[in-house]
Design a protein around this ligand. Structure first.
Ligand code: NFS
Length: 648
């Protein structure tokens, strides 16, 4: 277990206490080669058919059809999670606006007004503005037909207000503009049933189309409305890793995705500190697991305890009173493991688990449920077996809560009139060679190996600034890459840039790896990149921007990957979804998609090699960009260029 993100002593403790974790279970699973290659078809009941070479399924489907059809089902599955997440938030906003709950308020008044303006929603009161926005948002799920008008955006308002016009035209030309979340996901399930679509390219274009559903009707919609309810992320300084659990506190972990519940848990933990002291604890310590951790971190500064693969080990510490889970990425194993300790697992939404408590959560009963959960945790503190507690010491400091707006604010301390020019100048001079978004999960198949940490350090060495979200953000934080001490990993150009901007803001430096939040907050990465593209009047495909989802685990990540490809961003994978059984599908993602969207997928299974490939792409794009600047300078007068660049 050398050089693992897992604490060696904690893994030993699990073994000694006879606890089965993902490490044991992954070893007992031998993946079926047909499944791995994506050529197992279970769509009808004449099979399952397993397609090898030229052999066809009972219905005549070949490997290309089966792989493409399976992939589309996965992408639709992933997008359904983000669309459902957005729906939860939309309905909550409608309830708040209509006064059906008093548990929440409109915390992001600036965001409310901005969004209303973009959507053309007019009203005299804040509540009515919120209602108007929520009703517009509902259309993103239920619209049944679409005719694209640039000004009206009948296809999707969220796509219209967030996507670059150059991208929208491309999507329109290749026919992948989605109509609405529910329509597209249901349609994808329909066309992939037996006897429907079998033409692989058409199925693959639908994968991209669902990628757009994921990006705009899932990610952007969720982030926007969460900002309206809870306010926008703020820069915070906090800590990450299991070391944030406290031996002398009642420990409560929030695990899942939608911040409606976790924000309430944080609120009641603060309110009920006194009660905790009465049972001998020093207080109540709320910590975050997975994405909901990021949501409450970026708004309340709560510590990050664990990513998806460390959640089991949070229980093995023996110091966790309650783990509250709402939806997505919650292993059923948590309940089995909790059964061996005093920890209580409470589920509230989609992640109902056998053996766990279930407390149905609504925005109307939010206060009551959160208060009850904290009460259970306080009560359960008395049952903790102190002799079985081991909390690893390791934790790292991080700056978090970055977004397009927090970054612009930081840049404005260097150049007030034209903040984004601070970064654009650094990109053009090569001080910052490019930006890589490293997103997604940690995969159990890597068994704790530090793939992503090594890859990021290689990128930093090459002056590539790194943005992270989701479980990768947990990992980068734990590795200490989100604080100025990680400057030592950076090349001289990036180091200089981070120091200069940091110092202008009374910080030692900006962090080499940025915490951009949860997986739905991938939307903020597009917003940030859009600022660069708009400033330079160009498209993403001619900018030195790349992405990597090195440890892809969930279908959600596949949907996000499709969206990134739609944006024109080259995407690195280490673990690939099951597509290797079809040459046509492999060719589509490695070559054909470039002609359509300017993006492609690369696969590299070694972290150093992966970083090298990403840097090469960045270099290639930088060369292309020089040509772009030359052609631009022919078109624009000198004065215009100066104005654009913000120079005197
Ligand atoms: Ni993203 Fe968040 Fe983690 Fe992967 Fe799951 S928590 S939504 S899917 S496993 S990064």
């Amino acid at each position: 277990m050398k050089d693992s993100f897992l604490d060696e002593k904690l893994v030993e403790k699990a073994k000694e206490e006879n606890i089965s974790t993902f490490l044991d279970r992954v070893d007992k699973q031998t993946p079926c080669i047909f499944g791995v290659r994506g050529v197992c078809c279970r769509i009808c009941f004449s099979g399952p058919c397993r397609i090898v070479g030229k052999l066809k399924g009972v219905c005549g489907a070949d490997a290309d059809t089966v792989v493409a059809r399976n992939l589309l089902r996965s992408v639709a599955g992933g997008a359904s999670c983000h669309v459902d997440h957005a729906r939860e938030i939309t309905l909550a906003l409608l309830d708040i606006a209509e006064g059906k709950t008093i548990s929440y308020e409109i915390g992001g008044k600036k965001k409310l007004r901005e969004l209303a303006k973009k959507l053309g929603v007019k009203a005299s009161s804040e509540k009515d503005l919120a209602r108007g926005i929520a009703l517009e948002a509902l259309e993103e799920f239920r619209r049944q037909e679409g005719v694209f008008h640039e000004s009206e955006g009948e296809y999707s308002n969220w796509l219209r207000i967030h996507a670059l016009p150059s991208r929208i035209s491309l999507w329109k030309n290749i026919g992948i503009l989605p109509i609405s979340g529910d329509y597209e996901i249901s349609h994808a399930l329909h066309v992939t049933t037996m006897g429907n679509e079998s033409e692989p390219t058409s199925l693959l274009l639908k994968c991209l189309r669902i990628g757009l559903v994921d990006g705009y009707m899932g990610l952007h919609l969720s982030s926007d409305l969460q900002d309206v309810i809870f306010g926008e992320p703020k820069l915070v300084e906090t800590e990450a890793n299991l070391g944030v659990l406290k031996e002398d506190h009642v420990n409560v972990a929030v695990h899942g995705h939608v911040p409606l519940l976790s924000a309430k848990v944080v609120e009641y933990a603060k309110k009920m500190e006194e009660k905790a002291r009465k049972v001998g604890a020093e207080g109540i310590n709320v910590v975050g697991i997975c994405c909901t951790g990021h949501e409450i971190l970026e708004r309340h500064g709560i510590h990050l305890a664990a990513h998806v693969l460390q959640a089991e080990f949070a229980i093995v510490t023996g110091a966790l009173e309650v783990l509250v889970a709402d939806m997505q990425c919650i292993f059923p194993s948590l309940s089995t493991i909790a059964g061996c300790y005093h920890t209580k697992i409470i589920t509230t939404a989609n992640a109902r688990i056998s053996g766990a408590m279930y407390m149905p959560f609504t925005v109307e009963n939010a206060d009551e449920i959160a208060r009850r959960m904290i009460e259970i945790a306080i009560e359960n503190f008395k049952s903790r077996d102190k002799s079985r507690v081991y909390i690893p010491k390791k934790k790292a400091k991080l700056y978090a809560g970055f977004s397009d707006s927090t970054l612009l604010k930081l840049f404005s301390s260097v150049e007030n009139d034209n903040p984004i020019n601070v970064l654009v100048s650094a990109l053009e001079s090569g001080e910052v060679k490019g930006i890589c978004a490293v997103v997604g999960c940690r995969n159990p198949r890597l068994k704790g190996e530090k793939f992503v940490e090594k890859m990021i350090k290689e990128l930093l060495k090459e002056d590539v600034w790194v943005i992270t979200t989701g479980c990768i953000a947990h990992s980068a934080a734990q590795e200490g890459l989100m604080n100025p001490s990680a400057l030592k990993f950076c090349g001289s150009g990036l180091r200089k840039f981070l120091r200069e901007v940091g110092r202008a803001n009374s910080m030692k430096a900006l962090p080499p790896v940025l915490h951009f939040g949860s997986c739905v907050d991938n939307s903020r990465i597009e917003k940030f990149w859009k600022k660069i593209a708009e400033f330079l009047n160009t498209d993403f495909s001619s900018l030195p921007l790349v992405a990597s989802a090195p440890e892809l685990l969930t279908e959600k990540s596949v949907a996000i990957g499709m969206w990134l490809l739609c944006l024109g961003i080259p995407l690195h994978l280490n673990i690939i979804p099951p597509i290797s059984g079809s040459n046509k599908v492999l060719k589509f993602f490695s070559r054909d998609v470039e002609k359509l969207l300017g993006s492609y997928v690369i696969v590299a299974n070694d972290p150093v090699e992966a970083a090298k490939c990403l840097v090469e792409i960045i270099e290639k794009r930088r060369k292309k960009r020089i040509f772009f600047l030359m052609s631009l300078s022919v078109k624009l007068s000198h004065q215009e260029i100066r104005k654009r660049r913000g120079s005197p």
